[in-house]
Design a protein around this ligand. Structure first.
Ligand SMILES: NC(=O)c1ccc[n+]([C@@H]2O[C@H](COP(=O)([O-])OP(=O)(O)OC[C@H]3O[C@@H](n4cnc5c(N)ncnc54)[C@H](OP(=O)(O)O)[C@@H]3O)[C@@H](O)[C@H]2O)c1
Length: 232
């Protein structure tokens, strides 16, 4: 079988997704970004709003029109939300779940036959918040916990195929995600955060591992040790 060189990255216009685009290009991959803004380094940009069902369908249809096989799809697009269980808002619920949970599930479903035929890996960027609840981010925790459950379900569904389903569960990253929440920017953490380029290189390294190595879940929390602020 031809070795596929194309990787799809959702949310490749910023943060971890943008670092993944850089790292994949260095590794010789052809990269397709899906987000609302372009990444001018990506070989192809599919501009879609993944918070809408039409946007999700447009993204999947655009990929299905591409003739080349896919090496992997990396679902990185995501949004953060703050607020505890006493102040839930329906609009915010939909924003967070649509992008964090519904988009990766529906895009994968719409591409399912192609991903299986191409023996593509499916990398799902989750969060440590998907396996452990953190205070005052109820919607984010819940959207990622649902995504964690879906990841296990998908892995089971694809267990007798060559596709690997790799869940990635990082702690806080040094990106601008916390600056984009609707209620205003969060203050920067006083603890050191993970550099997106370091995590991106690790994910690309993992994709390049022989297929017989079924990496399932990668949990990388940040080590809260203040001296790391000075040495990194
Ligand atoms: N930052 C952290 O501390 C942290 C920790 C653990 C896990 N994560 C996870 O890592 C992933 C990446 O986060 P990040 O920190 O890199 O965030 P980021 O810097 O804010 O980037 C988010 C990306 O998602 C895309 N996106 C957001 N809403 C979208 C929409 N409606 N339609 C299409 N694309 C959309 C954005 O593209 P456009 O704006 O161009 O549409 C952007 O490329 C997320 O899944 C997040 O949950 C982050």
């Amino acid at each position: 079988m031809e070795v596929a060189k194309t990787v799809i990255v959702t949310g490749g216009s910023d943060g971890l997704g943008s670092a993944l685009v850089d790292s994949l290009i260095v590794s010789g991959f052809r990269v397709v970004n899906i987000s609302r803004r372009e990444n001018d380094k990506a070989h192809v940009n599919i501009l879609c709003d993944l918070s809408t069902t039409d946007g999700i369908k447009n993204a999947a249809d655009s990929i299905l029109r591409m003739s080349e096989p896919l090496r992997a799809i990396i679902h990185s697009a995501g949004v953060l939300s703050f607020g505890d269980t006493s102040s839930l808002d329906g609009g915010e619920y939909e924003r967070v779940f649509n992008i964090n949970t519904k988009a990766p599930m529906l895009i994968t479903s719409q591409l399912f036959n192609k991903l299986k035929a191409d023996e593509s890996d499916i990398v799902i960027i989750n969060s440590v918040a998907g396996i452990q609840s953190y205070p005052t981010q109820t919607l984010y925790n819940s959207s990622k916990a649902a995504l964690h459950s879906y990841t296990k379900d998908l892995r089971e569904t694809l267990s007798s195929t060559a596709s690997r389903v790799i869940g990635v569960y990082p702690g806080m990253l040094d990106t601008s995600m916390a600056q984009k929440i609707p209620d205003g920017a969060m203050p920067k953490s006083k603890h050191p955060t993970i550099k997106p380029a370091d995590l991106a290189d690790y994910i690309v390294y993992t994709i390049n591992l022989p297929k017989v190595m079924e990496v399932s879940d990668i949990v990388i929390n940040r080590k809260k040790y203040s001296r790391f602020n000075e040495v990194q």
